[in-house]
Write a protein that binds this ligand. Structure first.
Ligand SMILES: [Zn+2]
Length: 284
């Protein structure tokens, strides 16, 4: 699933291939991608111009000239790409926006989990997952005070805590494993038991990691490509995710993969130990 750096990379690509384009027509080949009435969706957008594309967490926000916003979530495998009018459409292309300049923007999604939804601009934060979304992982929006407060209220483990978009926006499986490894925190440690030092380290690493991965245009696993068809470059910089069985880059211990809240999770048992009081008797 694309995480914040990948979605931001898609957004930047869309600014190049969709911004300022006027919609001449829309073909919808798989109606479930669109929330609400498909015909209404088409009628609302035909003739409109895409003013810009914003992002909040993993949501893309297409701003249209008639004060409508299309919320687009890529979920597992959604992709946008541009091609000249009449280019090839395969069975995974579900929506095509035809522009008046002779290009078209195609939405491609092998898993069909992605969704688009049209709302009046300004009401998007009252809809679905955006209603409860946490701060962006930047130093302006995401403070240590806030992070400390919500961690102390938690009753769960730290990894699922970070995956929850209500706490902080944009993290998924890859960047959670990375920041926990960087911060030397066991993915199963109780979120409300993190020390002030651990909270500070994790906070700083989240902000730094997301910014760095965005600079590298995200991580390419499976099929992620940005809207211009380029693959991201951050996969060569991952230190924990996908490295189970390999040596920890910091200490040389063999990295281990476990399941935490149903998600594959890679960590270093030496650098990321459980605090003594949280080790179950049978594990000692
Ligand atoms: Zn290690």
């Amino acid at each position: 699933m694309p995480e914040l750096p990948e979605v931001e990379t898609v957004r930047r690509g869309l600014m190049k291939i969709a911004k300022g384009r006027q919609i001449r027509g829309i073909d919808v080949y798989y109606g479930k991608i669109i929330r609400g009435d498909v015909e209404k969706f088409r009628q609302n957008l035909i003739g409109q111009t895409i003013l810009r594309i914003d992002r909040r967490g993993k949501y893309l926000l297409f701003r249209f000239s008639n004060d409508l916003t299309m919320i687009s979530h890529l979920r597992m495998e959604g992709q946008y790409f541009s091609q000249p009018e009449g280019g090839p459409i395969d069975k995974h292309t579900h929506v095509v926006f035809h522009f008046t300049d002779g290009t078209e923007l195609c939405y491609h999604d092998t898993r069909k989990f992605g969704r688009m939804r049209l709302v009046p601009t300004g009401t998007e934060m009252q809809v679905g997952g955006l209603k409860t979304i946490g701060p962006e992982p930047t130093s302006e929006d995401f403070t240590v005070d806030y992070f400390t407060k919500i961690l102390h209220k938690s009753r769960g483990k730290i990894k699922p805590f970070l995956l929850n978009q209500r706490h902080v926006a944009g993290l998924g499986n890859i960047y959670c494993d990375e920041v926990l490894w960087q911060s030397r925190i066991n993915p199963e440690q109780a979120a409300n038991s993190l020390s002030a030092e651990q909270i500070q380290a994790l906070h700083d690493n989240i902000i730094k990691e997301i910014a760095t991965a965005t600079k590298y245009k995200g991580t390419t696993v499976h099929t992620f490509k940005n809207a211009l068809g380029d693959a991201g470059g951050f996969q060569d910089h991952l230190e924990a995710y996908g490295r189970s069985g390999e040596k920890c880059p910091r200490c040389g211990t063999k990295m281990v993969k476990i399941k935490v809240a149903e998600r594959g999770t890679t960590f270093c048992p030496h650098c990321q130990p459980m605090p003594d009081d949280q080790v179950l008797p049978e594990d000692k």
